[in-house]
Design a protein around this ligand. Structure first.
Ligand code: ADP
Ligand code: MG
Length: 552
């Protein structure tokens, strides 16, 4: 047997563990790992900034069920990658950050880009460790992969000093590791399944909340069977969208506030009662609401509101148990309840309120007018990425998802700048699907240079920028004294489409709503990357709190 170096061992270990995608920015000392990854058959994407690379790695984790890898240089590279670790931790998405580090024998000497990387990554990780011997690399990779996907998913960090990367060991001295199996699917005790169903039977105004934990556990078949069997209305969380078809008649999406306020029993399935769900507290929730909570993390049970029944384990397995339990019962939720008609009436009233805005052809246009055309051209099988304040919030309500894991946005951490990383990840994982990103103009600014990455890899991604010239809103004209520009305001009419053209894609700029449909059709028909830059009225905003998920 011959010798093997740390870079090759790292690449082969990742591949052996089913890590198929790596995103990174190379430099000292990690270049050899990227090259070895390519040689090992891992798809490597060279990004422009470590933040985007780390966002891409976790989106791959969520989309495929195996963690994506993010490769960064020492010091500042790891610091930039922290953004992704934090986002992954908050979203409960798996990823592995691999940070280069200065050589061990230079520790403490003020080495190039020296940083205490295990220390700074630890608060954002389930597992963070330095690799201290080349022959133990497979051990650490197995540990990181397993930890990232077992239990509540999350991020892991591996520190790879220069001398470990370049170090060579006899192949027979390498400690082998077994391939990590898919996560075990733990079930709940039958007594708790029966208790949960008893609570449901006693409900007057039941509601199911479907979170991204259900999308992650691939519970769509079971959740669909459960909703069809019980006929209970449901609310999808921002990225739980599509586990149930958003256009399903039992969706309360358009009557969200009403449904949350009035429900007396809530089945909380793979979702948290955090800020997105107003903490489950009055006045947004009924103060006497009874919660049946399904979560893989036992310690998540009863956060903010005590759960009457706790179903701890895997979403797919446990909703399957609920469905089995229902087979033994006669109970059906009646079709013509006041609860169902109240929700339907509220949804209709909300739709009526939007209609005039969607029909308003004034230039520059408002959000609802823009989304009218965007939703009309969106293919059903598209991965939809959204970021920005109004753009994301309104887009969530106006761009329906029919199937799970096809919506990616700022998520639990509310991170702006995720957009292009998620776009690259979605295009890598789903070359067969249209990838459509609808971004605010402020949001695209965080990671716009990744447009070059998309162009370089020939990804035919479709980017739509809703450009109101600012964070939340813009201004009609910039003041002469530039130091008095309001902090939220950006340049007016910025040509983001030219960024796309600069790297070989196609761009469109639209000011008149009458031209929007044509530009969008051309964007979708174009066989390469494209960007439609849509000028919105600077004061375009959302209608008063109705659909939103903000706490105020
Ligand atoms: P959302 O933002 O969609 O409400 P959250 O990220 O707040 O979703 O919550 C998702 C929850 O799903 C987390 O509490 C997480 O522990 C849980 N979860 C993750 N994986 C599983 C799984 N396989 N089965 C059940 N719950 C899961
Ligand atoms: Mg804006």
């Amino acid at each position: 047997m011959g010798k093997i170096n740390g870079a090759t061992l790292m690449a082969r270990s990742l591949k052996q563990q089913g890590v198929e995608y790596m995103f990174g920015v190379v430099g000292f000392p990690v270049g050899p790992i990227a090259e070895a990854a390519q040689a090992a058959g891992i798809k490597y994407y060279g990004m422009r900034n470590e933040q985007s690379a780390s966002y891409a790695a976790q989106a791959v984790g969520y989309l495929t069920g195996r963690p994506g890898a993010c490769l960064v240089v020492s010091g500042p590279g790891v610091v930039h990658g922290l953004a992704g670790l934090a986002n992954a931790q908050q979203n409960c998405w798996p990823m592995i950050l691999i940070g280069g580090a200065s050589a061990v024998h230079q520790n403490g000497m003020g080495a190039f880009q020296e940083e205490r990387q295990v220390l700074i990554t630890t608060p954002f990780c389930k597992f963070s460790h330095a690799v201290e011997h080349t022959h133990r690399i497979p051990f650490y990779v197995e540990m990181a992969v397993r930890t990232s996907i077992y239990g509540r998913p999350g991020a892991c960090y591996l520190d790879m000093p220069d001398d470990i990367i370049l170090g060579e060991v006899d192949e027979e001295k390498v400690h082998p590791a077994a391939r990590v199996a898919d996560p075990p699917r733990m079930i709940a005790p039958e007594t708790e399944i029966e208790r949960a169903l008893n609570v449901l039977e006693s409900a007057q105004r039941p509601l199911v909340i479907v979170g991204k934990g259900m999308a992650w556990s691939r519970a769509e078949d079971e959740v669909r069977a459960f909703i069809e069997r019980t006929q209970v209305p449901f609310l999808a969380s921002p990225m739980g969208k599509g586990v149930m078809d958003d256009n399903h008649p039992l969706s309360v999406g358009a009557a969200r506030s009403h449904a949350l306020q009035e429900a007396d029993v809530i089945y909380l399935l793979g979702a948290r009662l955090n800020w997105i769900m107003h903490f489950g507290k009055p006045p947004r929730f009924n103060k006497d609401v009874r919660i049946v909570q399904l979560d893989i993390a036992a310690e998540a049970i009863s956060q903010n509101v005590p759960a009457e029944v706790a179903l701890v384990g895997d979403g797919k397995a446990i909703v399957g148990q609920l469905n089995k339990g229902l087979e033994r019962r006669q109970w059906f939720y009646p079709k013509d309840t006041p609860w169902r008609s109240a929700i339907a009436a509220k949804a209709e009233a909300n739709a009526k309120q939007i209609a005039p805005q969607a029909a308003d052809d004034t230039a520059p246009m408002n959000y609802y007018r823009a989304f009218k055309d965007i939703s009309a051209i969106l293919p059903e099988n598209a991965v939809i990425i959204g970021e920005g304040a109004n753009t994301m919030d309104i887009g969530r309500t106006q761009m329906p998802n029919k199937n799970p894991r096809l919506r990616l946005d700022a998520g639990s951490y509310g991170t702006m700048g995720i957009g292009m990383g998620f776009v690259i990840a979605a295009a890598a994982v789903h070359p067969d699907r249209p990838i459509v990103s609808v971004s605010g103009d402020a949001a695209i600014g965080f990671s716009g240079m990744e447009i070059e990455t998309a162009c370089r890899y020939g990804m035919p991604v479709k980017i739509i920028v809703l450009n109101n010239g600012g964070i939340g809103s813009g201004i009609a004209e910039l003041p002469r004294d530039r130091l008095t520009i309001p902090p939220r305001v950006m340049s007016i009419g910025s040509g983001y489409e030219k960024l796309m053209e600069a790297f070989g894609g196609r761009g469109w700029y639209v000011e008149d709503p009458k031209d929007l449909r044509k530009a969008l059709n051309e964007l979708m028909a174009h066989d390469g990357p494209g960007l439609v830059n849509v000028k919105l009225a600077p004061t375009a905003g959302r209608k008063p709190q109705q659909f939103g998920w903000h706490t105020s």
